[in-house]
Ligand binder design. Sequence first.
Ligand code: HEC
Length: 293
Amino acid sequence: MATRVGRTGRRLSVRFLLISLASLVVTLLQAPAGADSVDPAAEARAFRDYFLHKFPNVKPDDFVNGPYALNEDMRRQWEEKEQFPPYEFSLENGKELFARPFANGKHYADCFADQGIAIRQNYPQFDAASGKVVTLELALNQCREANGEKAISYTGEDMAALTAYMAYTSRGMPFDIKIPNDPRAIEAYENGKRYFYTRRGQLNFSCATCHVQNPGEHLRAEVLAPALGILNAMPIYRSEWGGMGTTSRRFISCNSQVRGVPLPPQSDEYRDLEYYLSYVSNGLPISGPGSRP
Ligand code: HEC
């Protein structure tokens, strides 16, 4: 398996040398700037326009369907599968877990606006009190701990099930991530962006190498999803995993793909990364939970 990844990596590397034009665009997208001159809204527009120009036949909202937006064959198979979606079991489980009271009689619903229904599009949020980004996964565990319960694993089934349910109640709601006028919020966004464009691992790939420069291309049996809308379908069921994966799990496995060292789930970098990626997809509808071949 490892050698197959290696060969693919080298093949891709050669191709990347030729795609200097794409690199130039990517450089422009990530143009570093002082905190004063950062304009996230303008950057998000440029990010979106890059994908709309690269794929003029894909409707903007369709980017939330990941690889299916870019590949007709995969799309047909997916549409058939959606009649009996493989995430159904997790969704039911999530609904049940969400409703189950904690030992103190309180519920997850008590921790969230609108009882936690149709709010997924508002996460991650910048929390002024801690000066940090709070993702939905983190908020769920904060809720548990505030109510005397132990935190659950960020990469486990229960977290996937809970976020699947919360995404499901939010389907169709456009991402609405806010960056308040607070230097710490802007720095979190900048930090997430930096993480996304920094090359790392033995293959020296950044997230952008695969998801900005090469969406729609094959990597082994998979078709690379575009970075625009890449979190809208989370969490996702993947046959390769034989189950559901949270955003945390996906970040870790993508870091491992390039033989890099993954960070602990919900570390500051991953939270900032999620903040950045969600923000640049503002306006695109939540489509989760998703399923991938
Ligand atoms: C070597 C190429 C490669 C790199 C580098 C890479 N990924 Fe991925 N990523 C994949 C593949 C392959 C998949 C599964 C197929 C797909 O959906 O794109 C995937 C899937 C994802 C998904 C789920 C999208 C979906 O619709 O299924 C997210 C989110 C994601 N990657 C984020 C990241 C982030 C963040 C980074 C940087 C830390 C990163 N990736 C780096 C190859 C890569």
